[in-house]
Design a binder for this molecule. Structure first.
Ligand SMILES: [Zn+2]
Length: 455
């Protein structure tokens, strides 16, 4: 791509007129997009005197990506990531919104903490940062957190999760599902039966038996999903299943949807590409919760995305400092980074396999997660009148993943050294470029009130 904007830092901050020339919106025919004052104001062949031109020849234009599952680590673990570094990484990955998981220190279980994370995100200006509220106090699993206060706060929390921990008490799970109905919130469950996974180190199966590592059975995930689907149906609420990882989970969610239960689900990029065979080398970069599963599970997860059973890609971006990963397998922390590689993995596993077209990518990476997270101004269709949250990708590009060049503080990418297709070239957040020419541009702080969230 030859871009007339060669130096992102030369852009006057806040200047509001851009014309994206010759992109293929949602993979369709070439068209221009005119961006003015934060909105897409014209599409097709547009006359744009005085606008800054972004040459998008050969690029696909998609609505800005929305992640339902990001660990930004702030407050408390700024050595691992901050709201600033994590949301900058997200913008480079094509994201215009991320949901920040609640397992910070202190836990995001009060209006005060969610407002702190929300404000840090607005000030950074790389993406929308939507805090996820904890379901239980301190993720302790014994007392319901102040869900209503978080929902009413300036952060307008709509997604609640104890992610990292499972809400395993069925009475608490039932109460939480009932509570969020008042503001059409959703409980995002990390489905892991704790007793069945005590001491578990990897997927339970042939590889764990060979390596002599304690296994993590598929049924530990599936049992919780089955229970929660039935609870959700019983109370008439809304459930989101985090990081689905087994073929059986896909079957259960397919069954629940056929039954009319309001359940949605996400899958991570790493569960779409990697299997438990990776663990054979004992490299802790492959240690993750839920664990990498089998090739049969990978196949079922891809099919689940293709047929709409799985609604969204959730990165489960989980940065760790080097010492937490560069140690023995049994001691290592669980988690992988993902924001800056998610699009490439989706292109490789779903687009290049013919399972999804570009409109499908827009659906699973932007439109449906925006709907689940209650972000009505994101996840559009790139039509005139919509807010200009736009991502330009180059499907023809290829690169070898190098964690040292990433914006995240985490170096724990399971894709390090792999060649992946596709590259994010530009990201526009509310009409302002956060990424140009594949590099960070000057972010602009967002207004401090999420007035949109009440719409
Ligand atoms: Zn989780």
């Amino acid at each position: 791509m030859t871009d007339s904007v060669t130096d992102a830092s030369a852009l006057p901050p806040g200047q509001g007129r851009y014309v994206i020339r010759g992109a293929r919106p949602l993979g369709g025919d070439c068209a221009d997009l005119l961006i003015e004052n934060g909105l897409i104001t014209a599409t097709g062949t547009v006359d744009a005197d005085g606008a800054i031109t972004v040459d998008a020849d050969g690029l696909v234009a998609l609505p800005g990506f929305v992640d339902l599952h990001t660990h930004l680590r702030e407050p408390g673990r700024e050595d691992a990531e901050t709201v600033f570094t994590g949301s900058r990484a997200a913008a480079l990955g094509g994201y215009t919104a991320v949901h920040a998981m609640a397992n910070s220190d202190p836990v995001a279980d009060t209006a005060g903490v969610v407002e702190q994370v929300f404000t840090l995100g607005r000030d950074a200006g790389w993406t929308e940062v939507r805090p996820v509220g904890a379901v239980t106090v301190g993720l302790g699993g014994t007392r319901l957190a102040e869900l209503g206060a978080m929902a009413d706060s300036r952060a307008r929390v709509r997604v609640f999760s104890d992610d990292g921990m499972c809400v395993h008490d069925p009475v608490l799970m039932r109460r939480a599902l009932e509570y969020v109905k008042a503001f059409d919130g959703v409980i995002a469950q990390h489905a892991q039966e704790p007793r069945l996974t005590e001491g578990a180190q990897m997927n339970e199966g042939r590889v764990s038996a060979t390596l002599g590592l304690t296994g993590w059975p598929a049924v530990a995930e599936e049992a919780i999903i089955a229970r929660d689907v039935l609870l959700t149906e019983h109370v008439g609420s809304r459930l989101h299943v985090c990081h689905v990882s087994t073929a059986g989970s896909v079957e259960l969610i397919r069954w629940a949807k056929q039954r009319g239960v309001r359940v949605t689900a996400e899958v991570t990029p790493h569960h779409l590409l990697l299997t438990d065979e990776e663990v054979t080398g004992y490299d802790p970069v492959y240690k993750v919760n839920p664990p990498l599963r089998t090739a049969d599970d990978v196949r079922a997860l891809r099919e689940g995305v293709a047929d709409g059973t799985i609604d969204a890609i959730g990165t489960d971006h989980a940065p760790h400092p080097a010492q937490a990963k560069e140690c023995e397998w049994s001691q290592a922390a669980m988690g992988m980074t993902g924001l800056e590689t998610a699009f490439s993995v989706v292109q490789q596993t779903l687009v290049e396999t013919g399972m999804l077209d570009w409109a499908g990518v827009a659906r699973i990476m932007s439109q449906t997660p925006a709907r689940i997270g209650k972000l009505p101004w994101q996840g559009g269709g790139l039509a005139a009148g919509e807010r200009a949250d736009v991502t330009l990708v180059d499907p023809a590009a290829r690169r070898v993943v190098d964690p040292a060049t990433m914006a995240t503080k985490g170096r724990n990418s399971p894709f390090a050294g792999r060649e992946l297709p596709g590259r994010v070239i530009a990201t526009f957040l509310a009409g302002h470029p956060t990424v140009l020419d594949g590099k960070s541009a000057d972010p602009r702080p967002l207004p401090s009130i999420a007035a949109e969230a009440t719409r």
